[in-house]
Write a protein that binds this ligand. Structure first.
Ligand SMILES: *Cc1c(COP(=O)(O)O)cnc(C)c1O
Length: 383
């Protein structure tokens, strides 16, 4: 490595440290400390193949991965003897996997998903060559169930696959799986499958609510969740859990790895589930509940502070995402705020402090909003 390379690396490190301090627009927890695990970064952990079938490659975290999966299966109230899952690279892979299982069950189905679904949903549908219909959303970002019902009724000869969002990307709205299932029963649809994209809220909603209406107990057939969001991890990771009898149709034995090829990718990150296992054990369920409660209360604090500053911020029930009119570009860039159709959001993930929120509110209060700046002509001058 040359001196310039070293300088470049140091600059990159500084930039990362500095930018991490202002990151409130993306749902990634930052309060983790995995230093006890650093020695294991010296090993090529690879959980290739099915987590429940040992592979000939044994440098893995498979045993811990199975415990992580069991934790999520219980959190999602999966049927005790009828679930399966694996540690994914994140929520997107879980969505692709859930839709893959659904397609193997119902090759002629139509997939229904909402305009607020994450972009990995239409992408997966495209990759799998499935047919789909996009459903309107209500003002809060939740699926419009009347539109869903009407669309299903006009295609009633086809099996139905519904993607429910549990925490939409922009407003953290939750589609109600219980309502969707009731609607399917009322319309006398027999062949259906519900995949739940619970990438963000799937991890903490069951810690906050006694009867979260998105899980297996309410009729979900598969649930995807990210691990690096609420729990937090230095690398993207996640889990997908599915009813086992549905999954059994997928997976070819591969003699040379000694396992079953039942996952989307071949090699699978062994460090991701290792970090998740460590966090689950270290916090314990109580510690995780505590983090969820703190996030919600910080969100409530943020909402009051923004409103007091004259910014009409709002959030969905039990949401840690604040939605407000898009501020000036300088604010959006510095605080890394995701913005869509004139609305920006910030997310009170574990690791975001009250001080950071105060700092943000102070800054946003003195910079004119994008709309005000445009109207007064300042906007053009500043950029
Ligand atoms: C983050 C997110 C995803 C994608 O998950 P990754 O872990 O980034 O792949 C999908 N859906 C929703 C609702 C999300 O919030």
């Amino acid at each position: 490595m040359t001196t310039e390379d070293k300088e470049q690396l140091n600059r990159q490190m500084d930039v990362i440290v500095q930018r991490a301090a202002n990151s409130i627009g993306y749902p990634f927890a930052t309060d983790f400390n995995y230093s006890e695990l650093y020695p294991l970064l010296g090993y090529s952990l690879n959980n290739i193949g099915d987590p429940f079938i040992e592979s000939t490659y044994k440098v893995s975290s498979r045993a811990l991965e199975r415990e992580v999966l069991a934790f999520f299966a219980e959190l999602f109230r999966a049927p005790k003897d009828n679930w399966w899952g694996y540690a994914t690279n994140g929520g997107s892979e879980g969505n692709l996997y859930g839709l893959y299982v659904a397609r193997e069950l119902y090759s002629r189905a139509i997939v229904y998903y909402s305009t607020s679904s994450h972009y990995s949903v239409p992408k997966s549908i495209h990759l799998l060559g499935m047919q789909s219909i996009i459903i309107r959303t209500q003002a809060n970002g939740e699926m419009d169930y009347e539109d869903l019902e009407a669309s299903i009724k006009s295609n009633r000869q086809r099996p139905v696959i519904v993607v429910a969002n549990v925490g939409t990307t922009m407003t953290e709205a939750k589609d109600n799986v219980a309502t969707i299932r009731q609607l399917l029963k009322d319309t006398a649809i027999n062949s259906y499958y519900i995949h739940c994209d619970a990438a963000l809220a799937g991890n903490y909603l069951p810690l906050l609510e006694e009867d979260p209406t998105f899980d297996f107990a309410h009729g979900a057939d598969s649930i995807a969740c990210s691990g690096h969001k609420f729990i937090g991890s230095p690398m993207p990771c996640g889990v997908v859990i599915v009813r086992k009898n549905y999954k059994d149709r997928i997976g070819q034995p591969v003699p040379y790895i000694g396992s079953l090829d039942s996952t989307i990718t071949g090699s699978r990150n062994g460090h991701g589930p290792l970090f998740l296992w460590y966090a689950i054990k270290k916090y314990g369920r109580e510690g995780l509940v505590q983090r969820a409660v703190e996030s919600v209360s910080l969100a409530s604090y943020t909402q009051s502070r923004l409103q007091a500053a004259g910014i009409p911020a709002w959030r969905n029930r039990n949401a840690i995402t604040l939605v407000f009119p898009e501020p000036a570009l300088s604010i959006r860039a510095k605080w890394q705020l995701a913005t869509e159709a004139g609305q920006s959001h910030l997310i009170c993930m574990p690791g975001v402090s009250k001080e950071t929120i105060d700092h943000f509110v102070d800054e946003i209060s003195i910079v004119p909003s994008k709309k005000d700046a445009e109207e007064s002509g300042e906007y053009m001058l500043s950029y």
